[in-house]
Design a protein around this ligand. Structure first.
Ligand code: SF4
Length: 357
């Protein structure tokens, strides 16, 4: 190692160029990285979709959204339900709601053009510090300090930061700032993200292939994987529920969930409340009411803040009963089996294995 990167700004600038050279040769060919000037709408859409989601999972959604809504104006004018349905499967549904609000704000308050600075972008609904900085840097070439979990990993390793996350976030932002310049401001965060995916991986980083190795204190320590240091995680609480799948001939009953709260505004399968203790059959029956049912299994779903164990009860209906349950519940609708994919994953799991009668 030539010397500590903390004291040697010349080394930082040398390594920065090395990483950008590596990026030019090895950068990923992603659907939102075309030739020419990046389109702010596309950059924003890809960044929102990529939060908490892998590139292979997000890419088909990105293509689909662009086909349906090629501009921010098209997205702002789309029906909320349609956008939410197309988002189904990407998870973290508050992002979809904010996506719509943000598109409407860009059209309503900025004449359909994304504002060009990090400070203004930050004022748009749903744009947190990471997304605002990423759009400012990638779409507008602003020297913004873009820091996500991947860049945190690289920085904590480069500087061998012993302070555990998340307390170390302030220090990580400080050290990351030292690498930010107006020169290739948009390529810089993308180069870091590609390095984080291909080389500085969470497990088994490929340090011998890394263009930053010469200045990396984590590599020099012999234990780069130890960074970022994390406090032991508390186990996720578990909740329990019973999903009631009312079926008849061509489909099943889906409910439109209340706007506020978890999965707000999305379609769902009627279910008991989710609580800390398992439901006895008698308790669940009392919630279901006077219907015949069949217990067909159970499944698991892990949310950010809790894990859910849900039993599946199938309730076969006659046509008359089907009409009656729909009349009794304003927020229910009949969903053909072929449209089950409009459900968020947690409810799709309840109907996935069911074969239409
Ligand atoms: Fe990550 Fe290793 Fe490169 Fe350091 S040398 S930045 S630990 S891949």
């Amino acid at each position: 190692m030539r010397s500590s990167i903390e004291k040697d700004t010349g080394l930082v600038s040398y390594l920065r160029n090395e990483l950008l050279r590596w990026y030019d040769a090895n950068g990923r060919d992603l659907p939102w990285r075309g030739a020419g000037k990046p389109d702010p709408y596309r950059v924003w859409l890809s960044e929102v979709m990529l939060q908490q989601t892998t590139v292979p999972h997000a890419a088909p959604y990105y293509e689909k959204f662009l086909k349906l809504w090629p501009t921010v104006g098209d997205l702002a004018a789309a029906a909320d339900e349609l956008v939410m349905a197309e988002w189904a499967g990407l998870g973290y549904y508050s992002r979809a709601r904010n996506l719509i609000k943000c598109a409407q704000a860009v059209v309503g308050e900025h004449g359909g053009r994304f504002p060009a600075t990090e400070a203004e972008l930050l004022r748009l609904p749903g744009l947190g510090p990471y997304t605002a900085a990423a759009v400012a840097a990638i779409a507008f070439g602003e020297a913004a300090n873009v820091v996500d979990g991947n860049i945190e990993r690289i920085m904590t390793r480069l500087y061998a930061i012993e302070e555990p996350m998340p307390a170390a976030k302030v220090r990580v932002r400080q050290v990351a700032q030292a690498w930010v310049t107006a020169d290739r401001a948009g390529d810089w965060p993308q180069a870091l993200m590609d390095l984080a995916t291909a080389v500085c991986r969470p497990k088994a980083p490929l340090c011998l292939l890394c263009p930053l190795r010469e200045g990396c204190a984590g590599f020099a320590s012999g234990e780069p994987e130890r960074f970022p240091v994390k406090l032991a995680k508390a186990a996720k609480p578990r909740r329990y529920g019973v999903a009631f799948v009312f079926i008849e001939n061509d489909g099943f009953a889906a409910e439109r969930r209340a706007d506020k709260g978890l999965l707000g505004g999305m379609l769902g399968i009627p279910h008991t409340p989710w609580r800390d203790t398992p439901w006895s059959e008698a308790e669940a029956k009392a919630v279901l009411g006077d219907f015949s049912y069949e217990k067909v299994g159970a499944y698991e779903h892990v949310f950010t803040h809790f894990a859910l164990s849900q039993d599946i009860w199938v309730i076969p209906l006659s046509l008359v009963q089907r009409q009656a349950v729909l009349r009794a519940h304003n927020d229910w609708q009949w969903l053909p089996w072929a449209e089950a994919r409009a459900l968020p994953t947690v409810f799709l799991k309840a109907v996935k294995g069911l074969t239409p009668p």
